[in-house]
Design a protein around this ligand. Sequence first.
Ligand code: HEM
Length: 190
Amino acid sequence: MTLHGAGQRDATARVVLIGVTGLAVTATLYFVGRAIVNTNGYSTVGLFGQTGVGVLSLKSLLATIALGLAVVQVLLALWIYRKLPLAGRPPKRIGLTHRIVGGVAFLVTLPVAIHCAIAYGVKLTDPRILVHSVAGCFLYGAFVAKVLLVQSKRLPGWALPVAGGVLAVLLIVLWYTSALYYYNGYSVPI
Ligand code: HEM
């Protein structure tokens, strides 16, 4: 749908308000994360019965599952917008599938991020950890913004694709700076 005049201004104002809400969530997570930052080196906080390297391996697996679900989400979104070559008309339930897969991806990231926050907090000690910590805070701000956008009526056409794209990029950055680091012998292939 094309928006004109006052309708377009309302729609833009709604997107700006949602963007500011997302940034407020990001900033809150950042400051809470900075307040609980753990400087004791490698964490002893467990996750689902795992400790030490077991936690590293479990979190990397969950982060990889979340990344895989993000790829599925991007493909589903391309199909919804009829930009997926050879895929034909999207089935009726594809929107619901996209919401369910998105919800599952969010749930998979939660225990990982909660462990990160409790065990480390937001650490700015080296470029990889800084990028990872900040991207983690942005992920949940972007997630809140995306959910608010999905619930809103009469948005500019670019709003949902941009929010979805930002979420996918953040998950790639988070995986790259954590799970890939672990799988690649504690280094990132720049
Ligand atoms: C509030 C958001 C987040 C913060 C502040 C945060 C922060 C951190 C920090 C500081 C580390 C330690 C890095 C190191 O010393 O090597 C870490 C590790 C890690 N993070 Fe996050 N992170 C967040 C969200 C996430 C998310 C959403 C994922 C994946 C979906 C993730 C996946 C991992 C993994 C796999 C590790 C390595 C395992 C470990 O060291 O325990 N993080 N995180």
